[in-house]
Design a protein around this ligand. Structure first.
Ligand SMILES: Nc1ncnc2c1ncn2[C@@H]1O[C@H](COP(=O)(O)OP(=O)(O)OP(=O)(O)O)[C@@H](O)[C@H]1O
Length: 733
């Protein structure tokens, strides 16, 4: 068992203070220094993480931007929404008049789709499997037979082959390998092996021997499931999971009885540390941080400090293991000073020669050197990445066409679509449910897609009731087909079998999140594809990805839209009911316009639906404002055409007060100091909401917001979440 390090060098980053507490209690002067840094951290951690910190605002940053936006809005009012003027070509205008729709031209006045940069990058790759069987390891025979018969696995993956022996030796470790390469078992097997082998047999009442922290509730359930299976022959070791959304009382009871391998989200564990007498850590032998880079994110800092202080106060020696597909140099540096003699395990193959022995993995005794983000992360070999550039007005029809293509005209497709906020998920989920599903929609029954494969829409985000969240997760997990709309809560760690496509409808806020999102497909040596949707002004993002060794190939929007010619439910009245044999660009445009009209008709069918669309648009703009500084030159509100963007929410007009009212409010607030205090409070509340995924679900702040949203009661669509409120641009909703 590794002894943990003593006095640590001073590290300026606030995160370092948290990380230091991996160590056992330190001398007084170091403690004083750490306390001061911790106070600083705590103060700073009141605010949401830097990339989410910018206040949810849709105010243009500069005067010039204001002018531009006004011009945009004015222009929009003049140019669009007049059936006479609408022109996807003259014939399209005719068609619209015939249909009596108010849809403006989707294909006019769009910015030119730029030629995409084609940087040549050599992607980092890893070999997933080895030829070595688990029998090669020094494991209890019952554990091996459980792996073989219950988990139905025979040979080890590269990361398992490298990690398991090292961890069984008692070393601290930093483990990095690509998504879907078997990291969960890489730490679960050594934990179970070491605990079952303890000389004095573990008693349930001893409490936790291993603490596994994961960022989301679904991941907690998933890891719990794996541990439970491995423990089948070792019934005296009791696993347990703590996560937000469950009744605190029942968790307390389970803690009282005893949990030996405790899997938890940080927020919920902190709640129990603060409020549950029966929780103690004096037996802890293992501390595991799965998705370590996420857990060490600023948003978790406060919780992690509480947890590590509680553990350090009671336990002197333990093994620390940090794992992720995207361990950055920053995390490695912190680990270097905090862990005891850690081993860095990185399964990399930059040579692309997957057959060479060196390609399997390399192992360094010390110091740990997780590759810097800039060096690139490994991407599964079976993953084909695509990008499509779509003018803002056409985003919605393009997404719908892509989904129809995959899930209606192809078999056994399972698609995950990532959005940047809960509100966006809710809006698109309801819209597609109401318009594209038989019997429920704005399309007249004879105009419904003659779905051979029925479409199945699901959605997952942190504002759903836990019960529904778990049900959706299980449903999608066991479905052969389906479309899951979600936020980044589904981006990390989830192992959903047979996902064929990942769509990033809103671009992620970092290359790491890009890697984790696409990593929900092409797992454990399988094949899969991903599609990133960009606006013309965002095309430069391809270069940004390339600088992280991420290679995407272009897909053409016209090719995606052409699926609409496969089903005559999208045909206008012109040209009778026959299926068109030769679908030219004009035909595609007309059909896209019909589909857009269906969306717009639904959105404008009631004040309620218009209001929801407006809120979703606002949520999009707020999330857009949270891209980190280094991406602001690509993702900046000033670069967006709000009128065009409104169209992608089925709105016929850009909400006029979108910018103006927000600006008025800001000016008025500046003159009223009494409101400044309120503003700070609401900022804090926003921070709470942003972090709700990791919270216990018992905080008063977030509960209030949920309650407010519940009040909308009957007006909410079926199954609508309690709080699809403001959410971050990534994984914290
Ligand atoms: N040795 C093995 N043989 C066959 N399948 C395996 C093996 N090890 C793990 N798997 C399976 O591979 C899948 C991915 O494993 P896991 O979820 O642990 O990946 P991961 O590396 O943690 O991914 P992520 O980085 O996305 O969290 C799971 O379905 C798991 O059951």
């Amino acid at each position: 068992m590794a002894a943990v390090s003593g006095v640590l060098p001073q590290v300026p980053e606030p995160r370092a203070a948290v990380f230091r507490t991996f160590s056992k209690p330190r001398p007084a002067h170091a403690r004083r220094q750490a306390a001061a840094t911790k106070r600083k951290c705590q103060a700073s951690s009141e605010a949401p993480p830097a990339k989410r910190r910018s206040k949810a605002s849709f105010l243009p940053a500069k005067k010039t931007a204001t002018k531009e936006t006004r011009r945009t809005l004015k222009g929009k009012a003049q140019k669009t929404f007049s059936p006479k003027k609408s022109s996807a070509g003259a014939s399209n205008g005719n068609q619209e008049r015939k249909l009596g729709v108010k849809t403006s031209s989707l294909f006019k006045n769009n910015p030119e789709v730029p030629e995409l940069p084609r940087p040549v990058v050599k992607q980092v790759q890893e070999k997933v499997f080895t030829s070595d069987a688990f029998q090669a390891l020094d494991l209890h025979p019952h554990l091996i037979s459980t792996i073989n018969t219950v988990l139905k696995m025979s040979s080890m993956t590269s990361v398992q082959k490298q990690s398991i022996p090292v961890l069984l030796e008692g070393r601290d470790a930093l483990v990095r390998s690509q998504t879907g390469s078997g990291k969960t078992l890489a730490y679960c097997i050594p934990v179970v092996q070491s605990l079952q082998a303890m000389q004095s047999k573990i008693q349930r009442g001893d409490g936790p021997y291993a603490l596994i922290l994961v960022p989301t509730r679904e991941l907690a359930l998933q890891s719990f499931d794996t541990v439970q299976k491995l423990l089948k022959p070792f019934t005296w070791i009791v696993p347990g999971v703590l996560m937000g959304g469950e009744k605190r009382k029942s968790e307390k009871a389970r803690l009282r009885k005893g949990i030996n391998i405790l899997i938890s989200t940080p927020g919920r564990l902190v709640d129990h540390i603060k409020s549950t007498k029966n929780i103690h850590f004096h037996q802890i032998r293992w501390l595991i941080l799965d998705e370590a880079d996420r857990i060490l994110d600023l948003g978790f800092e406060k919780d992690l400090t509480v947890i590590l202080n509680a553990v350090n106060a009671e336990c002197q020696e333990r093994q620390n293991v940090l794992l992720s597909a995207t361990l950055t140099e920053g995390v490695a540096r912190l680990a270097d000073i905090s862990l005891h003699d850690p081993v860095s395990i990185s399964v990399l193959d930059e040579s692309h020669d997957l057959s060479s022995p060196e390609s399997e993995a390399f192992l360094e005794a010390s110091p740990p050197q997780a590759t810097d983000e800039l060096d690139g992360f490994a991407i599964p070999a079976g993953l084909e990445q695509h990008v499509v550039v779509v003018p803002s007005k056409l985003r919605l029809v393009c997404l719908a066409a892509f989904i129809l293509q995959k899930c209606k005209f192809e078999r056994d497709q399972k698609v995950i679509v990532f959005f940047s906020s809960c509100e966006l998920v809710e809006f698109h989920y309801t819209l597609f449910l109401q318009t594209l599903l038989s019997g429920s929609g704005a399309l007249a029954p004879e105009h419904l897609p003659s779905t051979s494969t029925p479409l199945k829409f699901l959605r997952l985000h942190s504002a759903l009731e836990q019960e529904e969240r778990t049900a959706v997760f299980q449903d999608f997990m066991h479905s052969r087909t389906g479309i899951l709309f979600c936020t980044d809560i589904a981006a990390r760690g989830l192992d959903l079998p047979q996902v064929t496509w990942i769509v990033q409808y809103n671009a992620p806020s970092s290359p790491a999140e890009y890697i984790h999102r696409i990593g929900r497909t092409a797992r454990i040596g399988c094949h899969g594809s991903s599609l990133l949707v960009l606006a013309p002004s965002e095309a430069e993002y391809v270069n940004s990805l390339a600088s992280h060794k991420i290679n995407v190939s272009e897909m053409k929007m016209e090719d995606i839209l052409s699926v609409l010619t496969k089903d005559d439910c999208f045909k206008g009245r012109r040209g009778g009911g026959q299926k068109s044999r030769t679908a030219g660009p004009q035909e595609i445009r007309e059909r896209a316009t019909v589909l857009q009209t269906v969306f717009e008709d639904y959105v404008h069918s009631s004040e309620e639906t218009v209001s929801r669309a407006k809120k979703a648009l606002q949520s999009f703009i707020r999330a857009y404002a949270t891209y980190p500084r280094e991406l602001k030159h690509i993702f900046h509100i000033r670069l967006l055409h709000l009128g065009h963007m409104a169209k992608s929410f089925g709105l016929r007009d850009a909400p006029k007060n979108l910018c103006a009212s927000a600006m008025k409010k800001k000016k008025a607030n500046l003159k009223r100091p009494d409101l400044q205090k309120k503003k700070t409070q609401s900022k804090q509340r926003l921070a709470e909401i942003l972090r709700s995924e990791y919270a216990s679900g018992m905080e008063t702040g977030s509960a209030k917001v949920r309650k407010q949203n519940t009040r909308s009661g009957p007006s909410q669509p079926r199954g609508t979440a309690r709080n699809p409120g403001p959410a971050s641009a990534e994984g914290t909703d």
